[in-house]
Ligand binder design. Structure first.
Ligand SMILES: Cc1cc2nc3c(=O)[nH]c(=O)nc-3n(C[C@H](O)[C@H](O)[C@H](O)COP(=O)(O)O)c2cc1C
Length: 165
């Protein structure tokens, strides 16, 4: 069994490849009104009272400044058919227009993906810096959920997947 004691960063990455997660996108506007969106799996429900979630975002991400400035944001859970949006919003394609795919709409100036599995609109309640990342705590202001089957896009071991039918 591979063990990591010196290079714990490699150990974290190797171990986390075995944690399956639903793929989300975090979208928001900066103080100038420009839209930003990024793919993220480090999204967790945090509290029931008040209803809140948290997202962990690398300080190097283009959305970082807007999150740090506590701009309101949306977390959209991608549908299993939205693998292309995941790649696009992670900057892994040639396109630099991350809003060119999917049904993007605005709710109170917050951009959100209308055809996602769920949209969580958040007001930033706190931002905690930790190492290379920030944890943004979002207090929910509104939630939209999709009709129909629960069909999230999954990610594990560097590959996309879906729930069995
Ligand atoms: C499946 C997947 C999950 C990701 N999860 C996160 C995450 O939780 N937090 C994060 O900071 N970056 C995450 N990333 C990387 C960011 O999406 C990527 O670095 C970012 O969009 C780069 O964009 P930028 O050009 O805006 O900096 C993930 C990428 C992929 C493909």
């Amino acid at each position: 069994m591979p063990q990591f004691k010196e290079d714990l960063s490699a150990g974290l990455k190797a171990g986390m490849r075995r944690l399956a997660a639903s793929v989300c996108v975090i979208s928001l506007r900066d103080t100038q009104g420009e839209r930003h969106v990024m793919t993220a799996t480090a999204v967790t429900s945090l509290s029931d009272n008040p209803p809140a979630l948290l997202v962990c975002v690398n300080k190097g991400a283009t959305a970082y400044d807007a999150l740090q400035n506590r701009q309101p944001f949306c977390v959209s859970i991608l549908h299993q058919s939205q693998q292309d949006i995941s790649a696009l919003c992670a900057g892994l394609t040639d396109s630099d227009d991350r809003f060119s795919q999917g049904t993007w709409q605005d709710n109170d100036s917050i951009p959100y993906l209308g055809d996602a599995q769920a949209n969580f609109f958040c007001k930033t309640d706190n931002v905690v810096e930790y190492g290379s990342h920030i944890i943004a705590i979002g207090k929910l202001t509104e939630v939209y959920t999709a009709d129909g089957e629960v069909e999230p896009l999954l990610y594990a071991d560097g590959k996309y997947g879906q729930l069995p039918n």
